[in-house]
Write a protein that binds this ligand. Structure first.
Ligand SMILES: [Zn+2]
Length: 174
């Protein structure tokens, strides 16, 4: 399934969000089922991580959860986002990074037939992250998400990659 509808996402706003969470601008990107976007703003001993994805790939539907079974599926997806983030975004183990969940929600826009998952985390680490690799396990946790567009913004530059089926890594610029 593929729908090129303009959808609000973050990304450019990430650095701004890291510094001033209440003052974010949004950019327009596509809403493509089976994909996700992960934006990572790296600070010296930590990062802010945002995940945005069409709900279809993580929950299995995008309409409002009405039945008990639908609510359970939605809650299971949100629970994975809350409890398995360290399997989905994997920092260098020696850096001892710990995630704190800021937000994990299914966002339904009034009058829209599509919905998104949005999650935000802060990460604090015991050593500097510059120059280390980030690996990914989103497809392992959510088999309905096969492709993840990753953007990393560090103090000295940006890096990005499209991670398919959890293969590959992104090196944090130093
Ligand atoms: Zn959709």
């Amino acid at each position: 399934m593929f729908c090129l509808r303009p959808f609000l996402l973050l990304g450019v706003s990430l650095l701004a969000a890291a510094q001033a969470p209440r003052n974010r601008t949004k950019r327009v990107t596509s809403h493509e089922h089976g994909t996700a976007a992960i934006n990572i703003a790296v600070e010296t001993f930590g990062a802010v991580v945002e995940i945005e994805a069409p709900a279809e790939g993580m929950v299995g539907f995008e309409h409002e959860a009405r039945t008990a079974a639908q609510k359970q599926r939605r809650d299971e997806a949100l629970n994975k986002l809350r409890t398995r983030i360290s399997e989905m975004v994997v920092f260098e183990p020696l850096r001892g990074c710990r995630f704190t969940v800021r937000k994990a929600e299914m966002v339904q826009h009034a009058g829209e037939e599509h919905a998104e998952i949005h999650a935000e985390y802060s990460v604090s680490c015991s050593g500097p992250l510059d120059g280390t690799d980030i690996r990914f396990g989103v497809t392992k946790v959510f088999p309905g998400v096969a492709s993840v567009a990753v953007q990393v913004i560090g103090a000295s530059g940006q890096a990005g990659a499209t991670i398919k089926n959890d293969r590959g890594a992104v090196t944090i610029p130093q």
